[in-house]
Design a protein around this ligand. Structure first.
Ligand code: CP
Length: 334
């Protein structure tokens, strides 16, 4: 494995191998496995879990890491190709990214969607332009429409909890004050489909996931024996569900149009998960969310603090899952 950018780049067996390694590293730490190796990370957007779990994971494998947040103690970086750089951005990513990558053995980039042009974001235009300048093992720390590290950790969480491979998995849109990117819903949908689950995307009108994302997941489901469908009918979607994975995302009908998005979501006041959502779900139905989450907006306190919630386990699993990724990318490379 040379890059970890998208679960879809890997054969299912390679993902299972990473999950087995993550479980092994959890039980049998290898504190010298990556001694002398350096992880570099650049975060164009904020993070709590991704940043801390990668730094901790790299240290637990004997390596070290550095983090750059452009514009915070460093030069601001320009992304646009052909930009006339006479503003406040003193350096272009075409120099800044390969320079940073040259200092380390494995490199990670977080760069969220621009959120104005859906085709531009679906093509991962910004992330790929930077990735093309990196000649090292590379990790996607969350891009416009992908978050493979979160997806791998969530797959591990499902395994840890004994959720059946073919279990019923509902990915539901939930409330948020504003439009958020498609990265986590897209990656989560793909993960559950690739795992072989019976997946339902539950979302209100105007928030359907783009066909490119749905079709990619349908292909993964066809290969794994799973299924993918979408609906706006909550009762039907949650009937017998074993997992409810809540996530906020922006209106795809009004992509890049904040006013249009806001007008649509103004009428969606009942999309805060509470216990009533689980009335016809499996009695053991789990509540998942990648975090951060807004309490009593996306989900009620009593669900988040109750026995269904596995959000802390998901967040913890970021570390062993990413340790497995680092191990596979570096342990046998020179
Ligand atoms: N879930 C997730 O990626 O969290 P952070 O944004 O805090 O890294």
């Amino acid at each position: 494995m040379k890059r970890f950018l998208d679960l879809a780049d890997l054969e299912r067996d390679a993902v299972l191998d990473l999950l087995a390694l993550a479980a092994r590293l959890e039980q049998h730490p290898e504190p010298r496995a990556l001694a002398g190796r350096i992880l570099g990370m650049v975060f164009f957007n904020p993070s709590l879990r991704t940043l801390a779990s990668f730094q901790a994971g790299m240290a637990r494998l004997g390596g070290t890491s550095f983090v750059v947040t452009p514009g915070q103690g460093t030069w601001k970086l320009e992304h646009k190709l052909g930009a006339i750089m006479d503003g406040d951005r003193a350096e272009h990513v075409r120099e800044g990214i390969p320079v940073l990558a040259s200092y380390c053995d494995v490199f990670g980039i977080r760069a969220f969607a621009e959120g104005t042009d859906m085709a531009f974001d679906l093509a991962e235009t910004q992330f790929n332009a930077m990735a093309d300048t990196v000649d090292k093992p590379l990790i996607n720390l969350e891009s416009a429409v992908n978050h493979p590290c979160q997806a791998l950790a969530d797959w591990k969480t499902l395994n840890d909890l004994g959720v059946p491979q073919s279990g019923k998995f509902v990915l539901s849109w939930v409330k948020h004050p504003r439009a958020l990117p498609l990265a986590v819903p897209a990656a989560t949908l793909h993960m559950a489909a690739m795992r072989g689950m019976d997946v339902t995307v539950l979302r209100p009108d105007g928030f359907a996931l783009p066909e490119a994302i749905m079709n990619k997941a349908r292909l993964a489901a066809a290969a794994s024996g799973g299924s993918v469908r979408e609906t706006d009918n909550r009762a039907e979607a949650l009937q017998g569900a074993q997992v409810l994975y809540a996530k906020e995302w922006g209106s795809t009908r009004h992509y890049g149009d904040a006013a249009g998005d806001a007008a649509l979501r103004a009428h969606l006041g009942d999309w805060t998960v509470d216990e009533s959502w689980f009335a016809n779900a499996d009695a053991q139905c789990k509540f998942m969310h990648c975090l951060p989450v807004r309490r009593n907006v996306a989900v009620a306190d009593h669900v988040l603090d109750g026995p269904r919630s596995v959000v802390l386990r998901e967040a913890h699993n970021r570390m062993p899952a990413q340790m497995a990724v680092l191990h596979r990318l570096l342990a046998h490379s020179t």
